[in-house]
Design a protein around this ligand. Sequence first.
Ligand code: GDP
Length: 360
Amino acid sequence: MALSDKSNFTNPETPGYVGFANLPNQVHRKSVKKGFEFTLMVVGESGLGKSTLVNSLFLTDLYPERQIPSAADKIDKTVSIDASTVEIEERGVRLRLTVVDTPGYGDAINNQDCFKPILKYIDDQYEKYLNDESGLNRRHIVDNRVHCCFYFISPTGHGLKPLDVEFMRALHNKVNIVPVIAKSDTLTKREIQMLKAKIMNEIDDNGIKVYHLPDSDSDEDEDFKEQNNSLKQSVPFAVCGSSQLIEVKGKKVRGRLYPWGVVEVENPDHCDFIMLRSMLITHMQDLQEVTHEVHYENFRSERLAKSGGGTAAVKTSAGKRKESSSDKDQILQQKEEELRRMQEMVAQMQAQMAKKGQDV
Ligand code: GDP
C-alpha cells in the first residue's frame, strides 16, 4: 500500500518540539534536495497501540483501510509484514517515510517462530541493497533497509515477557531497537519508573543491545547536551497515543479523555511521546549511519564469508565496498573506453565527410 500525503508538522505551541524541518541541520544539503528516506518498523502484540502511536507521531493516517482481526482470526495467525510509505513535506524538506507494521506478532498460541518473518524481511532489504550497490545503477538506490525498530512492551506484563527477550536477542545485531512501554496512561508515574528500571535491568541481564543514543559532542551547546541526556534517561520511552483531539483550556490537544481528566499525548509531564519523537528526529541520521556501518556491514561480511569471500569480510567498510564492486567497475571502464573510441571514430568520419563536401 503506498500513500501520498503532505502533512504539516508545525506546532509552535508544543514545548521542546522538533520538526522535520530541522533535519537539514544534521545532514548535507544534497540530501535536503533529494529528500530523506527513512524506514521505521513497529513490533509488538496487537492492541498495544502501535498504529495509533504511528499515526500520532506523523499526523497522518497510515492505515486507512486496516481491518482489526477478531480473536478467532488471531488464534493461528502467522505474522505478516505490511509496509506503508508516505511522503511528508515540511518547510521544503521532504521525507519519504516507510512504516513497516508486523500484524500478528505475538498473537498466536504458539509464538515460537513469530519473529522469523521479521528477521527475513530485514535480511531481504539488506540483500536487495547489496545487489543494488554492486549493480550498475548504484547512484539511484532506493534505501528500504529498516533503520529503526520500535519494540512495544506491554504495560501490564511486569517487565519483559520471554517473547520480548527472544525477539530482542534475535534482532539486536540486525536493527536499531528502541524499546517503548505502550499505553503508559494506564500506569501511574511511580509504576512507570519502576517498570522502566525493571526493563532496563532485564535488558542488561540478558545481554540485549538496544539502540545506544550517541553521546553529545563537547562543542554542542548546553541545551542540546541537556536534551540528549534526558532522552537517554527516558529509555524505554513510556508513550501513549490518540487519534482524538480534545479541548483543554480552550486549546485542542491530542489526548485520551478519562472521567478524572485528560491525558495529553504531547505533554512531557504526561508521557514520553515528545521525547520519542525528538529522539527519532534528532538521531535520524545516526540511526541511518548505524544501520549502514554496523548492521548492514555485519550482514555483508556474513554474506561474503558464506559465498567464499572470507578475506574480504575482515576488511574495512570502504575496502569491502571497493572489492565487491571492482569487477563491475572494470567492465564499466571497458565499456566507457569502447564508447570513447567509437565517438572518436564518428567524429573523424564526420570531419572527413565535411572535408569531402567542401572539395566537391
Ligand atoms: P495495534 O494493534 O497495536 O496497532 O493497536 P491500535 O493502535 O489499533 O490500538 C488498539 C486499541 O488501543 C484501540 O482501541 C486504541 O484506541 C487503544 N489505544 C491506542 N493507544 C493507546 C494508548 O496509548 N492508551 C490507551 N489507554 N489506549 C490506547
